[in-house]
Design a binder for this molecule. Sequence first.
Ligand code: CTP
Length: 410
Amino acid sequence: MSKINLLTGKRILLGVTGSIACYKAVDLASKLTQAGAEVDVILTEGAQRFVMPLTFRSVTGRPSYTDMWSLDDHVRHVGLGETADLFVIAPATAHTMAKLATGLADNLLTVTALAARCPILIAPAMDGGMYGHPATQANVATLRERGVQFAGPAVGRMASGLAGLGRMVEPAELLGFIRQAVAQGGPLAGRKVVVSTGPTREPLDPVRFISNRSTGKQGLAVAQAALDAGADVTVVHGPISEPIPFGATAVPVQTTEQMGEAVLSAAKDADVLFMVAAVADFRPNTQSDKKIKKTDEQWGLAIGLEVTLDILTAVKTERDKSGYPRIVLGFAAETHNAFEYGRDKLLRKGLNFIAVNDVTDQGAGFAVDTNKVLLLSSAGVVEEMPMQSKTAVAERLVHHVANSLNGSAH
Ligand code: CTP
């Protein structure tokens, strides 16, 4: 079933240790809770000098834990560690990392880390040369060898006023690392996915171009859904203002020709290509390398258009030889006869799936957050999706593609 958000209902254990970056952990706990996760927080004694358990309780709506053990909950460490989907330690001091590397268990956080069976993600935070010190580096290496994942640290200004490597990564970025860690083992784990999105621009002169109204929203939602399913994602995008999802490799392009080159190169060993971009079908047949002046009337009269490269057709030619990408999903923007035109494009471009949207429908198509899509395969209608968020549409598309790739019927 569609879940809208990867973190909904996920149990995140957040271990907080004694660093000034504790204030960022509060923001992280809030962001995780808003994303639908159940966040249990464990504070070390050091952490409580910077921030109170009540601060976390206020943002998570759940109890936060300290070393105040009682007889009733003497197995708390086992319970917390067993039910969590991910144990995030942020900020993690050099001292806590040293304890984790050697297996010391002298507080609730380190005891729980030993008992935990879920993945562990550490966001180090420390000052000066501490992170670069051979002792810390050896501890990082030991923990990595055991499968512990790391987020950062980042380069920047630290509490001492010095700048260097040791700052905890910002909560928004850490959220990206957490999504990535939770996504591991999803239905597209280990799969390479390429998504094209946005418009392309065909220049007339250095200041003018032909383009379209695409904002890239649907393609970015597909990229996020593929990341959430555990895929390794490359986004080939035309000029758009929305951010590329954390964890994806971005390949910015301008023209159809550049997009074609980038898509063909990224897709040559990909499992899936989602061709969501609104590619410009025409470009000026001449281009001026100087700005065309108003007085150059004959230029305006002489200008004609020529058809651009059809990227999906070029992909088909390569795919017929190599077998890659294994699954190709195209989009079709139609204003009428959606089924017939969609089916025709699917066959002509050799696609496994085509997502047809009627761009005349209010709330579907360009620059809105919703879409209404008819998903077709060569066997016929796969799913008729009612108007819903582009995020929800993206999840349905990824679901069908993953099923097809993994060999289950749908
Ligand atoms: N597409 C492409 N290369 C182009 C134009 C479109 O690869 N030069 C891709 C789009 O990314 C989309 C699919 O082809 O996945 C269908 O795009 P659409 O604009 O609906 O169809 P066109 O092939 O351009 O046909 P028409 O304009 O006649 O509807």
